[in-house]
Design a protein. Structure first.
Length: 161
């Protein structure tokens, strides 16, 4: 997994992109996740089609925290592909800095109530008109309510057929 900083918000409109929720990244990285194989298929699908995977920058910390909790306390096992750079399974995440430009570009006033972390994913998907992929049912439901194209891991590739 490689996290790259999206230099300017205008970069987000360069080509096709999706917003990945932390839950999807965790499913990709942990081999004992029940959705691990689906997450691998999704990342291969996105990579082969050169679809940019985007996250708000705070998600990098969410991923680290969730991995630590899982490995230290829940017997989670980090997948081999998450520890080595295997060409076909490199997940490049373009992280959008949370700064004043972010706040200006991603208004939240018309969005349903969510906790701050989830609201960032929804605001990005809504403002940039990009699909959101999540396994978080609460975020999924609120994204639908907001009119955002939202998918579970197993749904996204099927929607593109």
């Amino acid at each position: 997994m490689i996290i790259l900083t999206e230099e300017k918000l205008s970069d987000s409109h360069a080509g096709q992109g999706v917003i990945l929720d932390t839950s999807v990244v965790i499913d990709f990285v942990l081999e004992n996740s029940p959705r691990h194989n689906d997450a691998i298929s999704l990342i291969r699908f996105l990579t082969q089609r050169q679809i940019r995977t985007r996250i708000p920058f705070h998600a990098a910390f969410e991923v680290q925290s969730a991995l630590r909790r899982s490995v230290w306390f829940e017997r989670g096992r980090q997948a081999e592909h998450a520890q080595k750079n295997r060409e076909e399974l490199i997940l490049q995440l373009f992280a959008v800095p949370i700064d004043q430009a972010f706040m200006d570009h991603y208004p939240t006033g018309d969005l349903p109530y969510l906790k701050a972390g989830d609201l960032l994913f929804l605001a990005m998907a809504k403002a940039d008109n990009q699909p959101l992929i999540t396994e978080d049912q609460g975020l999924y439901d609120k994204a639908r309510e907001a009119g955002v194209a939202v998918f579970k891991i197993s749904e996204y590739a099927l929607s593109k057929v």
